[in-house]
Design a protein around this ligand. Structure first.
Ligand SMILES: [Zn+2]
Length: 390
């Protein structure tokens, strides 16, 4: 079960750099790309460097005045307009920020086009998944929302049903906002509870509005949720909704910041569970979306130990060349890690939690368990709106 896959990559995306000390260190992208090479995965996929998203594409999601503000901050970072979220602690302005943000967006838009047209079955852009950017503002390390833009481009090309599944530890608020009233886009986000994490949204009661009521789904997981709970919640919510929705394309966001080592959040998910969720998304694409799968990166701030391994697994899955968890990390890559970061890279493609056990929702739930309460809140809020039993 696999198909032709594209990896979207242009070296210039590593210019998405908010500067020293910012958690989104572009070395995460460079190290991922070189680990993909170290496993020879770049010979199992077609590597494509797409053009930057142009203005007319950016305007599918973003307001014209915001794009102008990004361009102005890009040309003169000192003049960034904070009322657009630019030049802030989370989103410092830097020279060339418009160009590189549009380049990342262009990779996701081209991924969507390739999958829609059948040039590839799967396309991966691990530099994307910048899901917090709003139509009129930068937010949460995100300037242009490449995930929303890829979905908007699919709609422009004639797609009538696109499902978006976001497993980043943070709520996929920008994508939800872009399609809040649009029944053609089903957004499902699993994330740490808004009470304890940015962006403080993603409550189960957020279900969309107007014609889009019931097309936004949020699973707010208790801080501390580990592998078994995380996968249980995923499987208690996502497959049933996707099966019922019958998307023409599945777009997924694979932020690696759910990991127990991540410095910015409080879930306790391992690399092995992240890989299991990637495999599940791949299977969902084949079962319900004719194999059409656009897979994006996202957050992830343990930039040496976690992000490169997580997204290399993702590329392997899309390429039909899954890397077994026990596999040793190539020594040459570990040397590169040390040369670049003075850190020792991980030794294997596992956290030693494989195989990850979890109990299915069908096997029963415990009303006193906080994880089960979170799942039940989501099912009760949204399943009846879609004609499904909560
Ligand atoms: Zn995140």
């Amino acid at each position: 079960m696999s198909g032709r896959a594209q990896l979207m990559w242009d070296e210039q995306v590593t210019g998405y750099d908010f500067g020293p000390g910012h958690p989104m260190d572009p070395v995460r992208l460079a190290l991922t790309r070189s680990l993909v090479s170290a496993f020879g995965l770049d010979r199992a996929v077609e590597v494509v460097a797409a053009k930057p998203a142009g203005e007319s594409t950016l305007r599918l999601v973003h307001r014209e005045d915001y794009i102008e503000a990004v361009k102005a901050a890009s040309a003169d970072p000192a003049a960034a307009d904070q009322s657009y979220g630019l030049g802030t602690v989370d989103d410092p302005a830097f020279a060339g920020m418009h160009e590189v943000s549009a380049l990342i967006a262009g990779q996701s838009v081209a991924a969507a086009e390739a999958v829609w047209r059948g040039d590839a079955d799967h396309a991966v852009n691990f530099s994307g998944g910048l899901h917090h950017a709003m139509p009129g503002a930068a937010s949460g390390f995100c300037i242009y929302n490449d995930a929303s833009l890829a979905i908007a481009r699919l709609l422009e090309l004639g797609a009538e049903r696109v499902a978006y599944v976001d497993v980043d530890v943070h709520h996929g608020d920008g994508v939800q906002a872009a399609f809040w009233e649009d029944p053609r886009v089903l957004t499902i986000s699993l994330h740490e509870h808004p009470r304890t994490l940015f962006p403080q949204t993603g409550w189960p009661q957020e279900v969309g509005a107007g014609a889009g009521e019931g097309a936004a789904v949020n699973v707010a997981l208790p801080a501390g949720t580990g592998d078994a709970g995380w996968l249980r919640a995923f499987h208690a919510v996502v497959p049933e909704l996707v099966a019922d929705f019958r998307p023409q394309v599945l777009v997924t966001q694979h932020g690696a910041d759910t990991h127990f080592e991540d410095p910015l959040a409080h879930l306790a998910v391992s690399l092995d569970a992240q890989r299991a969720a990637q495999v599940a998304c791949h299977e969902l694409a084949h079962e319900y979306a004719g194999g059409k799968w656009v897979a994006l990166g996202g957050g992830g701030y343990e930039v040496v130990d976690v992000v490169p391994r997580s997204w290399t697994h993702l590329v392997g899955i899309a390429a039909g060349r899954e890397i077994e968890p026990e596999t040793l990390v190539p020594e040459g890559w570990r040397q590169e890690v040390f040369a670049r970061t003075r850190q020792l890279g991980p030794g294997r493609m596992t956290d030693g939690r494989w195989p990850v056990g979890w109990a299915s929702w069908e096997s029963g739930y415990d009303p006193a368990d906080r994880l089960d309460q979170a799942v039940l809140a989501t099912r009760r809020a949204v399943f009846p709106l879609r004609g499904l039993l909560a």
